[in-house]
Design a protein. Structure first.
Length: 166
């Protein structure tokens, strides 16, 4: 699979997941979905792409006892994402309840290799020394799935695309 083919699949998957989780005031609320330019990302290597701001309303995703005791605003996670494919920066916050005490930044880059690029994110030496690379084999069904969860039509190790023949 090429990086470009993966991008199409990723966009489709995100759209399908958002569609499945939206409705009735629950799920995903899209506040902004617009192009951006002149936003330097990954040490200035990328500067344009698609910006999204979403709110994940998690009330229906937690047990009822949690809903009853959770403080107002605590079950709304804001996601801001700058998708400059093949690089994407995503920031998760909870401004209504935890304010500045909840901040998760996720940076991803999709490269045409098997994870062999030595410093794909351009980390400074002190951060690079702390980094731990974990390789995940998504085609190894036995590692994480139960036999009943494995379906040949969706399993990466056996799936064959009718379009590409791969």
């Amino acid at each position: 699979m090429t990086v470009e083919e993966y991008q199409v699949g990723q966009l489709w998957s995100v759209a399908e997941a958002s569609k499945a989780e939206t409705g009735g005031g629950e799920g995903v609320e899209v506040l902004k979905n617009e192009p951006f330019e002149d936003v330097p990302l990954l040490n200035g290597k990328f500067s344009k792409g698609q910006y999204t701001h979403k709110i994940y309303h998690l009330q229906s995703k937690v047990p009822s006892i949690i809903r009853k005791i959770a403080p107002k605003g605590s079950l709304a996670i804001h996601e801001e994402a700058w998708n400059a494919y093949p690089y994407c920066k995503t920031v998760l916050t909870n401004p209504d309840y935890m304010k500045d005490n909840f901040f998760v930044k996720i940076e991803t880059i999709h490269l045409p290799d098997r994870g062999t690029t030595p410093n794909a994110h351009g980390l400074p030496p002190e951060e690079l020394a702390k980094r731990d690379v974990v390789h995940i084999n998504i085609a190894d069904d036995n590692e994480f799935l139960h036999a009943g969860d494995i379906q040949p039509s969706t399993t990466p190790s056996t799936y064959v695309s009718t379009k590409t023949g791969r």
